[in-house]
Design a protein around this ligand. Structure first.
Ligand code: ZN
Ligand code: ZN
Length: 420
């Protein structure tokens, strides 16, 4: 069993006194506190390298932390070990006669799966196991009403990319605490197309990675399609044939691989009735690749759309359908665009590779893949400021755990208030 120390939880009676030590005396940085309502506890996370210390403060007299303090006073409450497969870890322990508190994993904070081992088995310490990416639970399609429109966050499974490439100049010691890498230095990512349902039809923004890759590519990118877009649509009572329009943020394979399928040796549009809306500049980029972007564009994902006559190229920023507006960001690639969905004074934004995961809400956390990172930075800075001030509901296409949320700022620290 492979496990990494995720965090150490310390029950604290007097939070100000504790901060005086951990923050002021030790000089450690403390994140904005997080309320875990179900546990009646407030957690103050102190990042220390790849792990963290969690100062746990009770928020009600019947909180488990309050009871712990009464019985044993302040001190070490638990340690948390992160494992790749929590189900397998529990089976492994059970087979060895280890006394467990939780026989089955259960949902914990930040949609992780957790399970506790009995302190008597761990020589007096409460040990929590956690699995960062619960496969099915975090990928459940969810529906959100935005004024006149209905938004459904879908998914086309999971994949992995090199952690260093995903965070550019950010040192590994910092990003690995947010996105733990596997033994090939890859981090877990999701592909989450967004469906917009309106009076005028059903529009899908991006369409996942698809299933045209060969075994070698599937291994390189750790493609996991145990749950794919067809299943996600089926959960909503829909199929590929119900999609009227497919809109591309850009044509990289992890966003548009799902646009076509291989059937009887031929490659065809995946959405039989759909028109495909693509920015003309991006079409030009994708069909004229150079050495720096060649690996990102796969001609089979988009060229067959042209021969099938289902392509609608458009120029410039515009409202593509009532309530759906595209805005070019550049940066990641020259024609990369994000999608504003607006109705009844509310705004949701599908940010694609501008803010691919929650960890990327920091201005300078920019992918190494970006062709023009300084352009990304300029656009991102002004966009995130607006997103915070105007409460945009922000969609994170590649985040394995959080489909959408509000970016907020407290004491100069940014965090995401998860909605979906
Ligand atoms: Zn991309
Ligand atoms: Zn991407």
């Amino acid at each position: 069993m492979k496990a990494v120390l995720d965090h150490v939880g310390i029950a604290v009676g007097d939070i100000d006194a504790a901060l005086a030590f951990y923050r002021d005396a030790l000089g450690l940085e403390i994140e904005a506190p997080e309320n875990v309502a179900a546990q009646r506890v407030r957690a103050h996370v102190v990042p220390v390298g790849e792990s963290a210390i969690e100062l746990l403060e009770a928020t009600a007299p019947d909180s488990p932390i309050a009871k712990f303090l009464q019985k044993r006073g302040p001190g070490l409450h638990h340690i948390t070990l992160r494992v790749d497969d929590i189900g397998a870890a529990l089976t492994h322990l059970r087979d060895r006669g280890v006394k467990l508190i939780d026989e089955q994993p259960r949902p914990g904070a930040q949609s992780a799966l957790v399970a506790f081992i009995h302190p008597s088995a761990a020589h007096g310490v409460l040990v929590e196991l956690t699995q960062a990416v619960p496969r099915a639970t975090a990928l459940q399609p969810e529906r959100y009403r935005l004024g006149e429109l209905s938004l459904v966050t879908l998914h086309d499974g999971l994949f992995r990319l090199d952690g260093g490439a995903m965070f550019g100049v950010v040192p590994r010691t910092l990003w690995s605490a947010q996105s733990p890498p596997d033994d090939r230095n890859r981090i877990q990512l999701a592909t989450r197309p967004l469906l917009v349902e309106a009076g005028w039809g059903r529009l899908l923004i991006d369409c996942g990675i698809g299933d045209k890759m060969d075994a070698k590519q599937r291994d390189i990118y750790a493609i996991d399609r145990q749950h794919d877009l067809d299943q996600a649509l089926a959960t909503e009572g829909l199929s590929a044939a119900d999609i009227d329009l497919v809109l591309a943020t850009h044509l990289h394979f992890d966003h548009f691989g799902g646009a076509t399928v291989r059937r009887d040796g031929r490659i065809e549009p995946r959405f039989a009735r759909a028109r495909y809306l693509i920015r003309r500049g991006e079409w030009h980029e994708a069909t004229h690749p150079h050495d720096r972007n060649r690996a990102s564009y796969v001609a089979d994902d988009f060229v067959p759309l042209e021969s099938a006559g289902v392509l609608d190229l458009f120029d410039g920023d515009q409202v593509v359908r009532p309530g759906v507006r595209v805005v070019r960001t550049g940066g990641h690639c020259p024609q990369h665009q994000i999608v504003f969905v607006e109705s009844a004074g509310q705004t949701a934004v599908f940010t694609a590779d501008l803010i691919p995961t929650v960890a990327h809400i920091r201005d300078a956390w920019i992918m190494g893949y970006d062709l023009y990172p300084i352009d990304t930075l300029a656009f991102k800075k002004q966009f995130i400021r607006k997103a915070i001030d105007r409460e945009y509901l922000v969609f994170f296409e590649h985040d394995p755990l959080v489909a959408a949320g509000y970016i907020r700022e407290r004491n100069g620290r940014r965090f995401v208030d998860q909605v979906l």
